[in-house]
Design a binder for this molecule. Sequence first.
Ligand SMILES: Cc1ncc(COP(=O)(O)O)c(C=O)c1O
Length: 393
Amino acid sequence: MTPLPYGRQLIEEDDIAAVVAALRSDFLAHGPRVGAFEQAFAAAVGAREAVACSSASTALLLALQGLDVGPGDLCVVPAVTFLSTATAPLLCGARVAFSDVDADSGLMTPASLAAAVAGRSVKAVLPVHLGGRIADMAGVSLVARAAGAAVVEDAAHAVGGVDGFGAAVGACAVSDAACYSFHPVKTLAAGEGGMITLNDPARAARMRRLRNHGVAHDPALLTLAESLEPDGSRKPWVYEQLELGFNYRMDEMSAALGLSQLGKLGRFSARRAALSALYDQALGPLAPLVRPAAPGEGRPTLHLYQVLIDFDAAGVRREGVMRRMAAAGITVQVHYIPLYRQPTFIARHGEQRLPGAEAFYARALALPLFPAMADGDVQRVVEALGEALGVRP
Ligand SMILES: Cc1ncc(COP(=O)(O)O)c(C=O)c1O
Protein backbone atom coordinates (compact mmCIF):
# COMPACT_ATOMS: atom_id res chain seq x y z
CA MET A 1 0.00 0.00 0.00
CA THR A 2 1.58 3.29 -1.08
CA PRO A 3 1.95 5.59 1.93
CA LEU A 4 0.04 8.85 1.59
CA PRO A 5 1.61 11.70 3.59
CA TYR A 6 -0.46 14.85 4.11
CA GLY A 7 1.90 16.75 1.81
CA ARG A 8 4.87 15.94 -0.35
CA GLN A 9 7.10 17.63 -2.90
CA LEU A 10 6.95 16.71 -6.59
CA ILE A 11 10.50 16.75 -7.96
CA GLU A 12 10.99 16.03 -11.66
CA GLU A 13 14.05 15.48 -13.85
CA ASP A 14 14.30 19.14 -14.87
CA ASP A 15 14.28 20.18 -11.20
CA ILE A 16 17.16 17.79 -10.58
CA ALA A 17 19.02 19.11 -13.64
CA ALA A 18 18.58 22.68 -12.40
CA VAL A 19 20.09 21.83 -9.01
CA VAL A 20 22.94 19.87 -10.62
CA ALA A 21 23.69 22.87 -12.85
CA ALA A 22 23.92 25.04 -9.72
CA LEU A 23 26.25 22.50 -8.14
CA ARG A 24 28.47 22.53 -11.23
CA SER A 25 28.53 26.33 -11.36
CA ASP A 26 31.05 28.66 -9.75
CA PHE A 27 28.57 29.72 -7.10
CA LEU A 28 26.96 27.62 -4.39
CA ALA A 29 26.13 30.80 -2.49
CA HIS A 30 26.00 34.52 -3.39
CA GLY A 31 25.42 33.65 -7.07
CA PRO A 32 23.02 34.72 -9.78
CA ARG A 33 20.25 32.18 -9.17
CA VAL A 34 18.90 33.84 -6.04
CA GLY A 35 18.38 37.11 -7.92
CA ALA A 36 16.83 35.27 -10.88
CA PHE A 37 14.41 33.47 -8.54
CA GLU A 38 13.52 36.77 -6.88
CA GLN A 39 12.78 38.44 -10.20
CA ALA A 40 10.71 35.54 -11.50
CA PHE A 41 8.77 35.29 -8.23
CA ALA A 42 8.01 39.01 -8.12
CA ALA A 43 6.75 38.80 -11.70
CA ALA A 44 4.64 35.73 -10.92
CA VAL A 45 2.76 37.42 -8.07
CA GLY A 46 2.73 40.94 -9.51
CA ALA A 47 4.88 42.52 -6.78
CA ARG A 48 7.60 45.07 -7.45
CA GLU A 49 10.14 43.31 -5.27
CA ALA A 50 10.85 39.84 -3.95
CA VAL A 51 13.53 39.08 -1.35
CA ALA A 52 14.63 35.46 -1.07
CA CYS A 53 15.75 34.03 2.25
CA SER A 54 16.27 30.76 4.07
CA SER A 55 12.66 30.02 5.16
CA ALA A 56 9.29 31.61 5.75
CA SER A 57 10.28 31.92 9.38
CA THR A 58 13.21 34.14 8.47
CA ALA A 59 11.04 35.90 5.88
CA LEU A 60 8.64 36.90 8.67
CA LEU A 61 11.51 38.06 10.84
CA LEU A 62 13.09 40.10 8.04
CA ALA A 63 9.77 41.60 7.01
CA LEU A 64 9.10 42.77 10.55
CA GLN A 65 12.64 44.07 11.03
CA GLY A 66 12.32 45.90 7.72
CA LEU A 67 9.16 47.53 9.08
CA ASP A 68 11.00 48.61 12.25
CA VAL A 69 9.11 46.27 14.56
CA GLY A 70 11.04 46.25 17.81
CA PRO A 71 10.94 46.38 21.60
CA GLY A 72 7.78 47.90 23.01
CA ASP A 73 5.73 47.19 19.87
CA LEU A 74 2.64 45.03 19.77
CA CYS A 75 1.88 42.64 16.90
CA VAL A 76 -1.44 40.87 16.40
CA VAL A 77 -1.37 37.28 15.16
CA PRO A 78 -4.24 34.84 14.62
CA ALA A 79 -4.26 32.16 17.31
CA VAL A 80 -4.40 29.33 14.76
CA THR A 81 -1.11 29.35 12.89
CA PHE A 82 2.36 27.86 12.91
CA LEU A 83 4.79 29.02 15.58
CA SER A 84 6.80 31.34 13.31
CA THR A 85 4.00 33.87 12.83
CA ALA A 86 4.20 34.73 16.53
CA THR A 87 7.84 33.84 17.20
CA ALA A 88 9.10 36.31 14.58
CA PRO A 89 7.65 39.38 16.38
CA LEU A 90 8.92 38.04 19.71
CA LEU A 91 12.43 37.62 18.29
CA CYS A 92 12.21 41.28 17.21
CA GLY A 93 11.60 42.13 20.85
CA ALA A 94 7.92 42.94 20.28
CA ARG A 95 4.91 41.61 22.17
CA VAL A 96 2.19 39.47 20.63
CA ALA A 97 -1.57 39.51 21.11
CA PHE A 98 -3.70 36.78 19.57
CA SER A 99 -6.79 37.47 17.54
CA ASP A 100 -9.51 34.87 17.30
CA VAL A 101 -10.29 33.18 13.98
CA ASP A 102 -13.46 32.16 12.22
CA ALA A 103 -14.53 28.82 13.66
CA ASP A 104 -15.15 27.26 10.25
CA SER A 105 -12.30 28.66 8.12
CA GLY A 106 -9.61 29.13 10.76
CA LEU A 107 -8.93 32.59 9.29
CA MET A 108 -8.52 35.96 10.99
CA THR A 109 -11.54 38.10 10.09
CA PRO A 110 -12.05 41.88 10.21
CA ALA A 111 -14.32 41.35 13.23
CA SER A 112 -11.90 39.08 15.11
CA LEU A 113 -9.07 41.50 14.39
CA ALA A 114 -11.17 44.49 15.48
CA ALA A 115 -11.79 42.77 18.83
CA ALA A 116 -8.06 42.08 19.25
CA VAL A 117 -6.87 45.59 18.42
CA ALA A 118 -9.59 47.47 20.32
CA GLY A 119 -8.06 50.25 22.39
CA ARG A 120 -4.49 49.18 21.60
CA SER A 121 -1.69 50.75 19.66
CA VAL A 122 -0.55 48.06 17.21
CA LYS A 123 2.62 48.04 15.13
CA ALA A 124 1.85 45.12 12.82
CA VAL A 125 -0.91 42.67 12.04
CA LEU A 126 -0.03 39.29 10.52
CA PRO A 127 -3.03 37.62 8.85
CA VAL A 128 -2.39 33.99 7.84
CA HIS A 129 -3.81 32.36 4.71
CA LEU A 130 -4.30 29.08 6.53
CA GLY A 131 -4.14 26.03 4.29
CA GLY A 132 -4.05 28.41 1.32
CA ARG A 133 -7.52 29.79 2.07
CA ILE A 134 -7.27 33.51 1.65
CA ALA A 135 -8.18 35.90 4.45
CA ASP A 136 -10.43 38.89 3.78
CA MET A 137 -7.49 41.19 3.13
CA ALA A 138 -9.57 44.24 2.25
CA GLY A 139 -11.44 44.06 5.56
CA VAL A 140 -8.45 43.00 7.66
CA SER A 141 -6.25 45.77 6.23
CA LEU A 142 -8.91 48.38 6.86
CA VAL A 143 -9.07 47.41 10.53
CA ALA A 144 -5.27 47.18 10.77
CA ARG A 145 -4.72 50.59 9.15
CA ALA A 146 -7.29 52.18 11.43
CA ALA A 147 -5.21 50.88 14.36
CA GLY A 148 -2.08 52.39 12.77
CA ALA A 149 -0.61 48.97 12.03
CA ALA A 150 1.46 47.61 9.15
CA VAL A 151 0.14 44.43 7.52
CA VAL A 152 2.40 41.44 6.87
CA GLU A 153 0.66 38.50 5.20
CA ASP A 154 1.82 35.07 6.29
CA ALA A 155 1.39 33.51 2.86
CA ALA A 156 3.49 30.43 3.69
CA HIS A 157 0.55 28.27 2.53
CA ALA A 158 -0.77 30.50 -0.21
CA VAL A 159 1.53 30.57 -3.22
CA GLY A 160 -0.58 30.45 -6.37
CA GLY A 161 -3.65 31.92 -4.67
CA VAL A 162 -5.64 34.76 -6.21
CA ASP A 163 -7.22 37.08 -3.67
CA GLY A 164 -10.65 38.68 -3.54
CA PHE A 165 -9.48 41.55 -5.78
CA GLY A 166 -8.35 39.18 -8.55
CA ALA A 167 -4.68 39.83 -7.81
CA ALA A 168 -2.23 37.10 -6.89
CA VAL A 169 -1.58 36.77 -3.17
CA GLY A 170 1.71 38.55 -2.67
CA ALA A 171 0.96 41.50 -4.97
CA CYS A 172 0.53 43.35 -1.66
CA ALA A 173 -2.26 45.63 -2.89
CA VAL A 174 -3.39 46.29 0.69
CA SER A 175 -0.48 44.90 2.70
CA ASP A 176 3.13 45.91 3.31
CA ALA A 177 4.67 42.53 2.66
CA ALA A 178 3.82 38.86 2.14
CA CYS A 179 5.98 35.94 3.30
CA TYR A 180 6.20 32.55 1.59
CA SER A 181 7.63 29.12 2.43
CA PHE A 182 9.25 26.63 0.07
CA HIS A 183 9.46 23.83 2.62
CA PRO A 184 8.91 20.49 0.83
CA VAL A 185 5.33 19.99 2.06
CA LYS A 186 4.34 23.35 0.55
CA THR A 187 3.13 23.93 -3.01
CA LEU A 188 6.62 24.84 -4.30
CA ALA A 189 9.68 23.15 -2.84
CA ALA A 190 13.18 24.58 -2.56
CA GLY A 191 14.47 22.33 0.23
CA GLU A 192 14.34 25.07 2.81
CA GLY A 193 13.52 28.52 1.51
CA GLY A 194 11.38 31.59 1.86
CA MET A 195 10.46 34.77 0.03
CA ILE A 196 9.14 38.20 0.96
CA THR A 197 7.23 40.19 -1.63
CA LEU A 198 6.60 43.91 -1.35
CA ASN A 199 6.28 47.04 -3.43
CA ASP A 200 8.81 49.32 -1.75
CA PRO A 201 12.29 49.04 -3.34
CA ALA A 202 14.08 50.89 -0.53
CA ARG A 203 12.58 48.59 2.09
CA ALA A 204 13.42 45.56 -0.06
CA ALA A 205 17.04 46.73 -0.27
CA ARG A 206 17.10 47.03 3.51
CA MET A 207 15.68 43.49 3.89
CA ARG A 208 18.41 42.21 1.53
CA ARG A 209 20.97 43.86 3.76
CA LEU A 210 19.39 42.49 6.92
CA ARG A 211 19.49 38.94 5.51
CA ASN A 212 23.26 39.45 5.13
CA HIS A 213 24.27 40.67 8.60
CA GLY A 214 23.03 44.23 7.96
CA VAL A 215 26.10 44.79 5.85
CA ALA A 216 26.48 47.41 3.09
CA HIS A 217 29.07 47.57 0.32
CA ASP A 218 27.55 50.45 -1.67
CA PRO A 219 29.81 53.54 -1.21
CA ALA A 220 26.71 55.73 -1.08
CA LEU A 221 25.64 53.94 2.13
CA LEU A 222 28.98 53.79 3.91
CA THR A 223 29.26 56.08 6.90
CA LEU A 224 32.93 55.98 7.89
CA ALA A 225 35.47 58.24 6.19
CA GLU A 226 38.05 55.45 6.46
CA SER A 227 35.90 53.20 4.24
CA LEU A 228 36.37 55.40 1.17
CA GLU A 229 39.22 56.33 -1.17
CA PRO A 230 39.74 60.04 -1.87
CA ASP A 231 37.77 59.63 -5.13
CA GLY A 232 34.75 58.36 -3.16
CA SER A 233 35.11 54.72 -4.17
CA ARG A 234 35.03 51.94 -1.56
CA LYS A 235 38.28 50.45 -0.40
CA PRO A 236 38.31 46.94 -1.89
CA TRP A 237 38.03 44.98 1.37
CA VAL A 238 35.64 47.25 3.18
CA TYR A 239 32.07 46.64 4.25
CA GLU A 240 30.12 48.28 7.05
CA GLN A 241 27.54 46.74 9.34
CA LEU A 242 24.88 49.46 9.38
CA GLU A 243 22.44 47.64 11.65
CA LEU A 244 22.22 44.24 13.28
CA GLY A 245 21.26 41.48 10.88
CA PHE A 246 22.22 37.86 10.51
CA ASN A 247 22.66 35.14 7.90
CA TYR A 248 19.18 34.50 6.52
CA ARG A 249 20.34 33.94 2.95
CA MET A 250 19.07 31.40 0.42
CA ASP A 251 21.75 29.30 -1.30
CA GLU A 252 22.06 28.73 -5.04
CA MET A 253 20.83 25.11 -5.02
CA SER A 254 17.61 26.12 -3.26
CA ALA A 255 17.18 29.07 -5.64
CA ALA A 256 17.72 26.77 -8.65
CA LEU A 257 15.10 24.35 -7.36
CA GLY A 258 12.68 27.13 -6.44
CA LEU A 259 13.02 28.73 -9.85
CA SER A 260 12.46 25.43 -11.61
CA GLN A 261 9.41 24.67 -9.43
CA LEU A 262 7.99 28.16 -9.98
CA GLY A 263 7.67 27.32 -13.68
CA LYS A 264 5.24 24.57 -12.68
CA LEU A 265 3.08 26.65 -10.37
CA GLY A 266 0.16 26.73 -12.83
CA ARG A 267 0.20 22.95 -13.25
CA PHE A 268 0.62 22.30 -9.52
CA SER A 269 -2.22 24.70 -8.67
CA ALA A 270 -4.51 23.09 -11.24
CA ARG A 271 -3.76 19.62 -9.87
CA ARG A 272 -4.39 20.76 -6.30
CA ALA A 273 -7.69 22.32 -7.41
CA ALA A 274 -8.73 19.12 -9.22
CA LEU A 275 -7.90 16.95 -6.20
CA SER A 276 -9.74 19.37 -3.90
CA ALA A 277 -12.82 19.18 -6.12
CA LEU A 278 -12.66 15.38 -5.96
CA TYR A 279 -12.49 15.56 -2.16
CA ASP A 280 -15.45 17.98 -2.04
CA GLN A 281 -17.49 15.43 -3.99
CA ALA A 282 -16.26 12.26 -2.30
CA LEU A 283 -16.85 13.68 1.18
CA GLY A 284 -20.52 14.45 0.46
CA PRO A 285 -21.78 11.16 1.95
CA LEU A 286 -19.85 11.79 5.20
CA ALA A 287 -21.70 15.06 5.82
CA PRO A 288 -22.62 16.43 8.28
CA LEU A 289 -20.00 14.59 10.37
CA VAL A 290 -17.27 15.72 8.01
CA ARG A 291 -17.20 18.84 5.90
CA PRO A 292 -14.51 20.86 4.19
CA ALA A 293 -13.18 23.86 6.10
CA ALA A 294 -15.05 27.00 4.99
CA PRO A 295 -13.46 28.74 2.01
CA GLY A 296 -11.81 32.13 2.24
CA GLU A 297 -11.75 34.87 -0.39
CA GLY A 298 -10.88 34.65 -4.07
CA ARG A 299 -9.41 31.56 -5.71
CA PRO A 300 -7.03 29.67 -3.46
CA THR A 301 -4.37 27.16 -4.33
CA LEU A 302 -4.90 24.90 -1.37
CA HIS A 303 -1.74 23.77 0.38
CA LEU A 304 -3.85 21.76 2.84
CA TYR A 305 -7.17 20.07 2.31
CA GLN A 306 -8.59 20.67 5.78
CA VAL A 307 -11.83 19.14 6.94
CA LEU A 308 -13.84 19.80 10.08
CA ILE A 309 -14.97 16.65 11.85
CA ASP A 310 -17.59 16.43 14.57
CA PHE A 311 -15.68 13.83 16.59
CA ASP A 312 -18.20 13.95 19.46
CA ALA A 313 -21.13 13.20 17.18
CA ALA A 314 -19.14 10.35 15.61
CA GLY A 315 -18.34 9.03 19.09
CA VAL A 316 -14.61 8.79 18.35
CA ARG A 317 -11.47 10.61 19.41
CA ARG A 318 -9.20 12.39 16.96
CA GLU A 319 -6.13 10.48 18.13
CA GLY A 320 -7.91 7.17 17.39
CA VAL A 321 -8.89 8.36 13.93
CA MET A 322 -5.33 9.47 13.20
CA ARG A 323 -3.94 6.12 14.36
CA ARG A 324 -6.45 4.14 12.29
CA MET A 325 -5.63 6.25 9.24
CA ALA A 326 -1.90 5.75 9.88
CA ALA A 327 -2.47 1.99 10.02
CA ALA A 328 -4.00 2.31 6.54
CA GLY A 329 -0.84 4.11 5.37
CA ILE A 330 -2.43 7.56 5.43
CA THR A 331 -0.96 10.44 7.40
CA VAL A 332 -3.37 13.17 8.43
CA GLN A 333 -2.38 16.17 10.49
CA VAL A 334 -3.75 18.91 12.73
CA HIS A 335 -2.97 22.50 11.70
CA TYR A 336 -2.64 24.00 14.27
CA ILE A 337 -2.74 23.83 18.04
CA PRO A 338 -3.78 27.40 18.97
CA LEU A 339 -0.53 29.10 19.86
CA TYR A 340 -1.73 30.27 23.28
CA ARG A 341 -1.73 26.57 24.28
CA GLN A 342 2.06 26.38 23.81
CA PRO A 343 4.23 26.54 26.95
CA THR A 344 6.11 29.57 25.59
CA PHE A 345 2.88 31.55 25.33
CA ILE A 346 1.32 30.21 28.54
CA ALA A 347 4.45 31.57 30.23
CA ARG A 348 3.79 34.98 28.67
CA HIS A 349 0.00 35.28 28.70
CA GLY A 350 -1.20 32.70 31.22
CA GLU A 351 -4.11 30.46 30.23
CA GLN A 352 -6.03 31.83 27.26
CA ARG A 353 -8.85 30.40 25.15
CA LEU A 354 -10.53 32.02 22.14
CA PRO A 355 -13.84 30.48 21.07
CA GLY A 356 -13.36 30.46 17.28
CA ALA A 357 -9.82 29.08 17.54
CA GLU A 358 -10.96 26.37 19.97
CA ALA A 359 -13.90 25.35 17.77
CA PHE A 360 -11.65 25.15 14.69
CA TYR A 361 -8.88 23.28 16.50
CA ALA A 362 -11.29 20.75 18.00
CA ARG A 363 -12.48 19.67 14.54
CA ALA A 364 -9.62 20.31 12.10
CA LEU A 365 -7.82 17.59 10.21
CA ALA A 366 -5.73 17.91 7.03
CA LEU A 367 -6.13 15.08 4.53
CA PRO A 368 -3.36 14.22 2.05
CA LEU A 369 -3.04 16.74 -0.76
CA PHE A 370 -0.10 16.86 -3.15
CA PRO A 371 0.16 16.97 -6.94
CA ALA A 372 1.51 13.44 -7.40
CA MET A 373 -1.59 11.91 -5.78
CA ALA A 374 -3.74 9.85 -8.12
CA ASP A 375 -7.46 10.56 -8.40
CA GLY A 376 -8.11 7.16 -6.82
CA ASP A 377 -6.11 8.15 -3.74
CA VAL A 378 -8.85 10.61 -2.82
CA GLN A 379 -11.41 7.81 -2.66
CA ARG A 380 -8.97 5.70 -0.65
CA VAL A 381 -8.51 8.50 1.90
CA VAL A 382 -12.25 9.16 2.18
CA GLU A 383 -13.04 5.45 2.64
CA ALA A 384 -10.33 5.11 5.28
CA LEU A 385 -11.68 8.22 7.03
CA GLY A 386 -15.21 6.85 6.94
CA GLU A 387 -14.02 3.56 8.44
CA ALA A 388 -11.97 5.34 11.08
CA LEU A 389 -15.08 7.32 12.04
CA GLY A 390 -17.22 4.20 12.00
CA VAL A 391 -19.36 5.32 9.04
CA ARG A 392 -19.37 3.95 5.52
CA PRO A 393 -19.28 6.60 2.79
C1 LIG B 1 1.63 29.47 8.45
C2 LIG B 1 3.10 29.24 8.46
N1 LIG B 1 3.92 30.28 8.57
C3 LIG B 1 5.26 30.14 8.56
C4 LIG B 1 5.84 28.88 8.45
C5 LIG B 1 7.33 28.75 8.48
O1 LIG B 1 7.78 28.19 7.29
P1 LIG B 1 9.27 27.67 7.16
O2 LIG B 1 9.23 26.22 7.53
O3 LIG B 1 9.62 27.88 5.72
O4 LIG B 1 10.10 28.46 8.08
C6 LIG B 1 5.02 27.77 8.33
C7 LIG B 1 5.62 26.43 8.22
O5 LIG B 1 4.98 25.43 8.17
C8 LIG B 1 3.63 27.94 8.33
O6 LIG B 1 2.81 26.90 8.24
